[in-house]
Design a protein around this ligand. Structure first.
Ligand SMILES: Cc1cc2nc3c(=O)[nH]c(=O)nc-3n(C[C@H](O)[C@H](O)[C@H](O)COP(=O)(O)O)c2cc1C
Length: 311
């Protein structure tokens, strides 16, 4: 058999499209701006890189401590520390423009207008291939509730971002909802190109000697192996309800984990916490998917997607 084709189109309805040479990308917030890893791994072998979440103004993030290890996952409360949209466009995009690997910019806002403003600023900037909209941030105008927990609010942000940019646009959903399918459907109806499922699960840890929460922010987001079965189930459900490509993200640490997500209906995957354990893991996952396809005589990645869905 000739080499299997791992390429995948993640924005088939967008005129620019988002064509990846393989389905494995770095998850937002776990790979900096990509530049930090450029000397550590061959980043050009990745399907894509999602950059650290960017806000309109630079942010310092939450009080320390911001990271706690748990037996099978990581709790973080970084609080979107970042350099701000203007610095990203001036300092990072020109570097990305020299890379083969597409860079997707993860954005976050405290109001619908802020999301739209960042999307407008990024539109047409060379070196930026797509936008990933993180709707897990508190909406200050609505008293701090997250945009991602309400179908109407999620759809409003999606429409505003879509109107502000021609770039392929992905919405990243929060798993901290009663019915993720409802939110996914609302975002798809608002015209999104693809979905990332999912962000972290809310959690906490307590220091029993001090009798107080370990994280400076009290609450954090749980990532890593602990959440993989939970997110796999979310992907499996949403894949049966919507037509747009899904990017699975949660606890993926091996080629087999990635294959499970593809078979559950994801068209691509993101890897976060596992990169902290082994920076080479994403390259191993790309190679492992290729080996599996070769062994199983699967010529094209599309032939794997959703194959575990019972019909
Ligand atoms: C330290 C850290 C920082 C993160 N920062 C962001 C962020 O800025 N924007 C975002 O959408 N997700 C962020 N995430 C969530 C990850 O992108 C990913 O959704 C989550 O960690 C689950 O994947 P994993 O289990 O492979 O790590 C962050 C996760 C971690 C661990």
């Amino acid at each position: 058999m000739t080499n299997p084709d791992l390429s995948i189109q993640l924005a088939p309805n967008n005129h620019k499209g988002l064509l990846l040479t393989n389905p494995v990308m770095a998850a937002s917030g776990t790979f900096g701006y990509g530049t930090e890893y450029a000397d550590v791994i061959d980043i050009q072998k990745l399907g894509a890189i999602v950059s650290k979440g960017i806000t309109l103004q630079p942010r310092q993030g939450n009080p320390q401590p911001r990271l706690v290890e748990t037996p099978s996952g990581l709790l973080n409360s970084i609080g979107l520390e970042n350099i701000g949209a203007e610095a990203l466009i001036k300092e990072k995009a020109p570097l990305w423009n020299q890379w083969q690997v597409p860079v997707i910019v993860n954005i976050a806002g405290e109001s619908v207008e802020e999301y739209a403003e960042i999307a407008r600023m990024l539109n047409g900037v060379e070196g930026i291939s797509a936008i990933e909209v993180n709707i897990s941030c508190p909406n200050v105008a609505s008293g701090g509730a997250e945009f991602g927990i309400d179908p109407q609010m999620a759809a409003t942000v999606t429409s505003a971002v879509k109107q502000a940019t021609n770039l392929p646009t992905i919405v990243k959903l929060t798993p901290n909802v009663t019915d993720i399918v409802q939110i996914a459907q609302a975002v798809v109806e608002a015209g999104i190109d693809s979905l990332t499922i999912a962000n972290t699960f809310k959690g906490m840890a307590i220091d029993t000697v001090k009798r107080q929460p370990v994280l400076g922010n009290t609450v954090g987001g749980l990532s890593g192996p602990a959440i993989k079965p939970l997110v796999l189930h979310l992907v499996y459900r949403v894949a049966q309800a919507v037509e747009v490509p899904i990017i699975g993200c949660g606890g993926i640490a091996s080629a087999n984990d990635a294959l499970e997500f593809l078979m559950a209906g994801a068209s691509a995957v993101q890897v976060g916490t596992a990169t902290f354990v082994d920076p080479q893991v994403m390259i191993q996952i790309v190679d492992g998917i290729g080996r599996f396809m070769h062994q199983q005589e699967i010529a094209n990645l599309n032939q794997l997607i959703g194959t575990a869905i019972l019909r």
